[in-house]
Design a protein around this ligand. Sequence first.
Ligand SMILES: [Mg+2]
Length: 285
Amino acid sequence: MENDRLQQIRHLLADMDGVIYSGEQALPGAADLVRWLEEQGIGLLYITNNSTRTPQQYVQKLAGLGIAARAEQILTSSLATRAYLERAAPRCTGLYLIGEDGLRQALLGDGYFQVEETRPAYVVVGMDHQLNYDKLRRATLAIRAGARFIGSNPDRTFPTPEGIIPGAGANLAALEAATDVRPTIIGKPERWMMEEAMRRLGAEAPHCAVLGDRLETDILGGKRLGLVTLMVLTGVHGREDIAGSEVQPDFVFESLVALKQAWEKARPESKRPGAKKGGDRAPDD
Ligand SMILES: [Mg+2]
């Protein structure tokens, strides 16, 4: 029964931080799992709520960890925000933007959207290490004048070596306090980002899994859409967190090594490498 759920997975949406790597270190089994997924023909898309980096920057980071990825395999909350806005707004729509390279390039890189400081149709807010009062003031005025308020991702904080620091969600909270308007949020666990990821892979819910380390984003987002939820304990949440949570993953693994072992066992014989029928070469070649 359990094996059936693993066996039917054709597409995988994988979170990165705490799953594939931790800081600048690849986590055990990451490169091996990625190669195996490729051999198995399981479609892989990396999804991250981080709005500050571009897909190219992630491709480089993964390459540095021995993992080959293509830019099309990376979906950041910035790219998901772009996809959302493109469906809602015509070319040349004006935005006021609080964010960094990842968000800027996704929204403004090809001129589909334009920066408009006085009367923007949208205020789009992500993580911004250069956030200041003037930016909050402009965004507040625009939202109060009727601009739609969009948040790239809900993460209120994130961990750093010096401790827990404010994230995009803290910026959104400041603007919500100043405007009494709740933002539309795109990133995990919201459906906009998860659906965009599935659209890019051509995936359907019963055959699509999400792999992550956080209950309230990765796992909750997957559950809401009826995906198979795979959790690893190499990131933010541990067994105590799961025990105390309403959000229960379908599968929990100590690491990617354990995940691959279980998944490999669940795959039908014919899909396993080495079990392919017909030899291109004789066994004793
Ligand atoms: Mg993570």
